[in-house]
Design a protein. Structure first.
Length: 684
């Protein structure tokens, strides 16, 4: 079979279809980029991207600091494009976030291409519009977050899998597996949500003997696993003395960090030896993020759930059309691929939804794991509705108006739950009504051939009605106060993050389109961090390429690294549990003169090696800063007594503290990440 003869491509489509796709991509780029210079990343990961842009060694190992003494607490593939962008364009908020915009546009294009080859031109355009307007996508791709590269990689993996299914060739499966592996570098085991679906879809899509089918399924699975763990194996083979300590582990083990701290332990706490203690699964707390039914909570449905009804309809309509027992005598390779595609997307959706429901979800961006599936299944539902309007049966012709009606009602519920501004909700209702009227009129007057005059306008009205809700809700990102952040992507106000039917206790701020801020933005230090940096430099920290200081708190190190690009030695890692340095190593660093300034967080544990070294060496206090963030220095305090706990407090709270407030000055990023008070010491 000739793939060049059978695979549709957008450049072969009509001029108006190409122009429409270009307009959708342009609109997506505008929404994602409108506040690009305003919203930085969570300070811990932003500092790592800056470090990786300063040092090739830090880039290879995914280090937190330019000196590459400790890695991130997760695989750092997501930060590689960010670091390269910073290296190419210079240090700015927009340079940090630019790769995510590119990843978002590739995701929209990939969804459109899969739908074009599966459902035709109308399906491809609807898939593009649905992906471009999914709220969590619009916010997430406009901020530097690891979920962007993951989402793009899995969408591209699906493109290659579909190519293998349509052409019956094996080599595209290698590329599909490779892109799953790239997604793994961004978000680890979350990339494997797609693997069961790809394996099952491969078995169903091919018409060859079962032995060959199993071989093809093993090919895509093996390629995905090998490309996922290849870098981890390389790191494990490098002597520990020649590489950074692996954060997220207590024993310098990258496998414990990935499969324990960032994997199994999220569902079954402390299941993997050597992993830093992680939060448990759902049911361990009382908030929406801990609920087993979180995907039905307004906090999350307003970000990802606009297309729930259409996606469910797509599954039902797809199975009805391509179920193997129906039309078995006339079954074609296209029918097999159609059925396999429905099953692949459905299994992927159920797998992702099941894991997200069972696990605690600390960040809204995790919802992006459902976006591609919902987009393509919605395109399937709409394409089937358009196809069935040519049916002689009234019931079949009613599928499209029923789909629009249900979507309209569901959209109204979400608009109320998400406190959607009336300026955006009103046109949404108008578009729903026009689409419904057009679909009902077509159903009533009988079969509508695609060539009949007015049929394209009817199709356009129907398709616009399906995506009107999420598209107009996502337009809220034009208001910088409703655009989310690098720590928690979301669209709209969060005061409505209660249950359906509850009334918000505070007045919702009005919707106002902000001036675009598509380029620029710089690192902004808090008052206390600025004072700390001034004192450090006044006392010779960072001279002649030496580290600025050594500290036991990443919340002190991150803003300094981000603002200066200079090395800050950091013990404890993100959790505070990673023993990067021993007391002897800290004392050796101080004795050698490699570093002579030390910052110790308030209430540091008795066994904190940085604190122990300061105690033993009788270091002199330079200055102290109290919590909360932003207060000025306190008179010299020689006492630093402590509680016997060795951590940096609750990680989720630290994350929220590390994200710049949206009402801060436009063009600054990084915000304060200082969750604790701290003291600067000078050691002889």
């Amino acid at each position: 079979m000739s793939e060049h003869a059978t695979l549709p491509r957008w450049w072969r489509e009509s001029w108006w279809a190409r122009l429409t796709l270009a307009a959708i991509l342009l609109a997506a780029m505008v929404l994602m980029s409108w506040n690009l210079a305003r919203g930085g990343d969570f300070a811990f990961y932003e500092a790592s991207a800056r470090s990786m842009s300063e040092s090739w060694k830090a880039l290879f190992f995914g280090a937190f600091d330019p000196g590459a003494t400790v890695t991130l607490d997760k695989l750092s593939g997501f930060a590689v494009p960010q670091a390269l962008s910073l290296r190419l364009f210079g240090d700015s908020t927009s340079a940090l976030a630019l790769p995510q915009v590119v990843e978002g546009l590739v995701t929209v294009w990939a969804c459109s291409l899969v739908a074009l080859r599966w459902l035709g031109r109308a399906g491809g355009l609807l898939a593009a519009a649905a992906a471009a307007s999914t709220p969590i996508f619009v916010s997430m791709f406009g901020h530097p977050m690891e979920d962007g590269l993951l989402t793009m990689s899995l969408a591209v993996a699906l493109v290659w899998w579909q190519r293998a299914a349509l052409t019956a060739r094996w080599w595209p499966l290698l590329l599909a597996g490779l892109f799953v592996g790239i997604g793994f570098q961004a978000k680890m085991m979350q990339a494997w949500f797609l693997l069961p679906a790809l394996a099952l879809g491969t078995l169903l899509a091919l018409g060859c003997p079962w032995g060959r089918r199993i071989g093809r399924a093993a090919t895509v699975t093996g390629a995905a696993v090998v490309s996922s763990i290849a870098w981890m194996v390389v790191v494990e083979l490098i002597p520990a003395s020649s590489r950074p300590f692996v954060d997220g582990s207590t024993n310098d083990d990258v496998f414990a960090m990935v499969f324990g701290y960032n994997g199994i332990d999220r569902l079954l706490p402390n299941a993997v030896a050597g992993a830093v203690e992680a939060g448990g699964g759902a049911g361990h707390g009382t908030g929406p993020q801990d609920s087993f039914v979180k995907l039905l909570d307004p906090l999350y449905t307003t970000q990802i759930g606009w297309l729930y009804p259409a996606a469910l309809a797509g599954i039902a309509l797809g199975l009805w059309r391509w179920w193997p027992r129906r039309a078995a005598a006339a079954r074609t390779p296209a029918d097999r691929v159609g059925f396999a595609s429905v099953v692949t997307l459905s299994v992927w959706l159920v797998t992702a939804a099941g894991v997200l429901s069972a696990a605690r979800m600390p960040h809204t961006a995790y919802l992006a794991a459902l976006g591609v599936q919902l987009t393509l299944l919605t395109a399937l539902a709409a394409a089937e509705g358009l196809r069935l309007r040519r049916s002689p049966h009234v019931a079949a012709r009613c599928v499209l108006p029923a789909l629009i009606l249900v979507q309209g009602v569901w959209g109204a519920v979400l608009a109320a739950a998400g406190e959607m501004p009336i300026a955006l909700a009103a046109p949404m209702y108008v578009l729903f009504a026009l689409g419904l009227l057009a679909a009902v009129a077509a159903a009533v007057r009988g079969p509508v051939p695609a060539s009949r005059r007015g049929a394209p306008a009817l199709a356009a009205a129907a398709l616009i009605a399906v995506v009107a809700g999420p598209a107009l809700f996502s337009a809220q990102v034009l208001d910088a106060a409703r655009d989310g952040s690098g720590g928690d992507a979301s669209v709209g106000v969060r005061s409505a993050a209660a249950r359906f039917g509850e009334v918000s206790g505070s007045e919702t701020p009005g919707f106002t389109i902000s001036a675009p801020a598509m380029w620029g933005g710089d690192s902004a230090l808090s008052t206390s961090m600025s004072q700390l940096l001034t004192d450090v430099r006044a006392h010779g920290g960072g001279s002649d390429g030496a580290p600025l200081l050594i500290t036991d708190a990443w919340s002190v190190a991150a803003p300094l690294i981000d603002a200066t690009g200079q090395d800050v030695l950091t013990d404890g890692g993100y959790s505070g549990q990673a023993e990067v340095f021993t007391e002897a190593q800290v004392r050796s660093l101080l004795a050698s003169g490699e570093v002579h300034l030390v910052v110790v967080k308030d209430h540091a544990a008795q066994n904190d090696p940085v604190r122990q070294a300061v105690d033993d060496d009788a270091c002199a206090t330079v200055q102290s800063w109290e919590s909360p963030v932003g207060e000025g220095p306190v008179a010299d305090q020689s006492s630093h007594e402590q509680v016997s706990v060795r951590d940096d407090g609750d990680a989720a709270s630290s994350a929220r503290a590390g994200v710049r407030s949206r009402d801060a000055d436009a063009g600054s990023r990084g915000g304060s990440s200082q969750a604790l008070g701290f003291t600067l010491y000078s050691c002889p």
